[in-house]
Design a protein around this ligand. Structure first.
Ligand code: FES
Length: 87
C-alpha cells in the first residue's frame, strides 16, 4: 500500500494492495483521462512531483522512467510510501 497526495486539491488517498492507483483516483472523483487501463496507451500519464514511482507500464522509455517525472497510474505504483501527483 502507499499514499497518493493530490497537489492541486490537497487530497490524500490510500492505495491498497491489489487496487490500481487510477481506480483510487477515479473513485475519489479526480478527473484523469484513461483508455486502456493496461499501461500501453499512455493516456493516463500523470506528472509526479514527489516520490518514486514503481513503473509497470510499457509506454515510458528507460530514461523517462529514471527521471520519475511522470507515471501511468493505471498500472504503476509507488516505491516510496508517499507519492505526490500534479492533480
Ligand atoms: Fe492506458 Fe494508463 S490508461 S496507459
Amino acid at each position: 500500500p502507499f499514499e497518493v497526495v493530490l497537489a492541486k486539491s490537497g487530497l490524500t488517498l490510500q492505495v491498497p494492495v491489489g487496487v490500481s492507483c487510477l481506480k483510487v483516483l477515479r473513485d475519489a472523483g479526480t478527473a484523469v483521462d484513461w483508455s486502456c487501463s493496461e499501461g500501453v496507451c499512455g493516456t493516463c500519464e500523470t506528472e509526479v512531483l514527489e516520490g518514486e514511482p514503481d513503473h509497470r507500464d510499457a509506454v515510458l522509455t528507460p530514461s523517462e522512467r529514471a527521471s520519475n517525472e511522470t507515471m501511468m497510474p493505471c498500472v504503476s505504483r509507488a516505491r516510496s510510501a508517499r507519492i505526490v501527483l500534479n492533480l
